[in-house]
Design a protein around this ligand. Structure first.
Ligand code: ATP
Ligand code: MG
Length: 423
């Protein structure tokens, strides 16, 4: 996906690197040691992508980092002291916060956690990172340091493990997911065969990961440009079933990606997940627990499960409007897109496009009556207020949402009179 001519050769002049707060961190660290930006920021910066998390690696021990930053007037927080990470708060903005980590090697790992030893050897630090493209460094002026040849791999979109793939995976099974995530985000169509084989062989290790970590990786993978090719490979290699609860449907996933693309929508991780997994009642609950979904995410899935059967292009125009009115725009669009993918229709199917377009072409009206209107007409407070409103609203919807309030109020009075008679 990236070719040599779209990737920078150094980071000279990058605004995030020249930020005064980061340069102050360098000033402080370089009074006693060496420091470089490491990992994701360098990788993303080279690709011209936005850089928001800057990690700094240094030869100084954590206690020295705290000292020199303190001397430089920079506030420190001992965020991950065991792993050698200190947070440097070098200004008032969100972007002025940096993670400063002592160069380290992992001496003991159990597939999830690592015991670390500090070092002043840059190549050793590179070797404990996951992929060559994540083992890139740059100094304060933007010059690259690339001990593992990660630059070439990055420029080809080639995700290659730092060192022997199987060994690196057995140290930390999350690397399987990171392998697929980075392929989905940066990769070309070609997976590193050795890396892929090792992921496949070690896939059972995924079961030992916390669902929070799986959630985080999965939601970075699903909306990525190469998600479809990646999900196919994960399904074919028996890996996807260790990541997702329930059964999955790659065909539907392929269609939702095509539909999003064809309708000019940005990739939506949750909708993609729903298309991949949701099939029957109860699947939303399974996903909620199995992937530690947020409340917002599970509410959307529950909405899809509840509404999806009701929305399709066979609906008459009034029924479409009613569906949109009842669900609200976001849930209506969710249901249309999800059902479209489930129906097997093409991404350029005119009938589905039409249905989706209603959400943009018709401004959902607001029901004009409130409980206070009924009280003003002398209705006694109590449950009948809600009942009457519901009945009048159903009539108003059935009439096609008339704008004229006269007929609505006339109908309201009829309903009130009928209620009075009943009592
Ligand atoms: P992003 O922030 O976009 O998720 P990133 O590469 O910056 O990507 P982080 O989790 O922020 O990922 O980690 C920062 C760096 O730490 C990585 O670039 C990599 O060098 C290293 N790293 C992160 N996770 C692992 C891991 N599981 N194993 C080895 N190295 C890792
Ligand atoms: Mg990062």
């Amino acid at each position: 996906m990236h070719t040599d001519d779209t990737i920078r050769t150094d980071l000279k002049g990058a605004a995030w690197l020249e930020a005064a707060s980061l340069q102050r961190v360098f000033d402080a660290l370089e009074t006693r040691g060496a420091a470089r930006v490491a990992g994701g920021a360098v990788r993303d910066g080279l690709l011209g992508r936005p850089v928001d998390d800057v990690d700094v690696a240094t030869t100084l021990a954590p206690s020295e980092v705290v000292e020199v930053l303190g001397e430089g007037g920079i506030k420190t927080i001992p965020t991950g002291l065991d792993h050698g990470t200190i947070t440097a708060v070098a200004g008032d903005g969100e972007a002025d916060v940096y993670q400063v980590t002592t160069l380290r090697v992992d001496v003991e790992t159990d597939g999830r956690r690592a015991k670390v030893a500090f070092t002043d050897d840059w190549a050793a630090d590179a070797g404990r990172r996951d992929f060559t493209m994540n083992a890139l460094y740059c100094d304060r002026g933007g010059a690259l340091f690339d001990p593992l040849g990660g630059y070439d791999d990055l420029s080809r979109g080639f995700v290659r493990f730092a060192g022997e793939a199987r060994e690196r995976i057995e140290e930390d099974y999350l690397r399987i997911l990171r392998f697929f995530r980075f392929n989905a985000v940066f990769g070309g169509d070609r997976f590193d065969a050795e890396g892929l084989r090792a992921c496949e062989e070690c896939r059972a290790g995924l079961d030992s990961l916390s669902r929070e970590r799986v959630h985080e990786e999965l939601f970075k993978l699903l909306p990525a440009p190469g998600a479809l090719a990646t999900v196919k490979v994960m399904a074919d290699s028996g890996i996807l079933e260790h990541v997702l609860p329930g059964t999955f449907d790659v065909g539907r996933f392929e269609r939702i990606c095509a539909i999003e693309d064809g309708t000019g929508r940005s990739p939506d991780g949750l909708l993609r997940l729903a298309s991949l997994v949701l099939r029957k009642a109860g699947d939303a609950d399974l996903l909620r627990g199995g992937l530690k979904l947020t409340n917002v995410q599970s509410d959307r899935l529950a909405g899809l499960e509840a509404k999806s059967s009701a929305v399709d292009p066979d609906l008459t125009e009034p029924a479409r409007r009613e569906a949109l009115y009842r669900s609200g725009l976001p849930a209506f669009e969710d249901a249309v897109l999800f059902n479209w993918a489930a129906s097997g229709a093409d991404a350029d199917d005119g009938r589905w496009k039409d249905l989706l377009a209603l959400g943009r072409s018709w401004a959902v009206p607001r029901f004009p009556l409130r409980g206070s209107d009924l009280l003003a007409l002398g209705v006694t407070p109590g449950p009948q207020i809600g009942d009457i409103l519901d009945r009048v609203e159903a009539w108003w919807v059935g009439q096609g949402f008339p704008e004229d309030e006269t007929s609505l109020r006339a109908h309201l009075e009829t309903v009130i009179a009928a209620c009075d008679k009943d009592q």
